[in-house]
Write a protein that binds this ligand. Sequence first.
Ligand code: ATP
Length: 379
Amino acid sequence: MKSLGSIRRSFSPWTDPAAKPYIVFENVTKKFGDFTAVNDLSLTIYEREFFALLGASGCGKSTLLRMLAGFDEPTSGRILLDGQDLRGIPPYRRPVNMMFQSYALFPHMSVEQNIAFGLKQEGMPKADIDKRVADMLKLVKLEQFAKRKPHQLSGGQRQRVALARSVAKRPKVLLLDEPLGALDKKLREETQFELMDLQQNLGLTFVVVTHDQEEAMTMADRIAILDKGQVMQVATPAEVYEAPVSRFVANFVGNVNMLEGTVAERSEKTATITGASGAKIRVENAGDATAGSTVAFAIRPEKIKVSSRKPDGAANVMEGEIYDLAYLGDMTVYHVRLVDGQVVKASALNSSRITEDPLSWNDKAWISFAPDAGVVLTR
Ligand code: ATP
């Protein structure tokens, strides 16, 4: 079976027409005065899904979370959770908890008191609280820090206390607003995997807001790409990367080359695109592009091969010269200026220590790629 990218786990209720969505945003609009922060947005999230809302600053991500948590109500449209319309239900009566960007730990309380706080407020018996707190400390591996105050902890440890506190009440859904924002890069990467394990072990539904595409790609089952309060695409990380639906999504996630042109020929499976300089590109994955339409062929740098000699037998070959080059250790990135002046990025994995076909600045070079190496975009 062919599939896009690697598969994280065999969990894909969205492909099952009989599966019932758990969270539904139905034509939700949120206005602040005349400003529309969320614009007629519809979205479904499934139980036990790790769902990421990804978008640039101000695109409406946090507003969506706040409406789900009950801190804001939609101006129009509905939000359903497990079939129930949430309108009018106050935050504390929703089976949803939110972990804020700032963690908002109580500075005068110890780690265990912070975790116990919500349980005490709920009136849980002391013995049950003690047991639950102990379970939570174990879950986030902070048993030996139970008596410390937040200022005696590292950023990563504070983040884990906040996480333990937000899941202590066993919410069905945990909302996380930039949960790893305060951590440095290395700790972020480690914590991403911890979060994924935690979510799977607890069997919760996680909705996470992030502007970091790598973070969303690493952690989420599906990602919604947002722009100006609207959904641009909802798909698995591999689909978003390998089969973006528009120029916006292709540009937003990862590096991409956009070869603009016109569809000269179109058959059921293939198309030929003619660029401004007359160069022809033979492609598959032509989607709904019709003959004569203006399109972009979006191709990722790692799908392009660079060589010093004209390759034999490749479907698409273009001539150029090395315009720029960056050796990054694990890979080398080439900027190749084509004959028509366009600069194309190509990356090559340095899987051996010695390069067989060394290329340097201003060398003549050829790029080549397969017909299914990219996608044709009409939007
Ligand atoms: P960031 O990544 O910067 O947190 P975001 O995508 O989470 O951004 P939101 O906080 O949802 O963005 O805000 C979306 C838009 O709505 C922004 O332009 C913001 O200025 C506006 N907005 C949010 N809350 C209010 C408010 N209470 N009153 C007026 N405008 C608001």
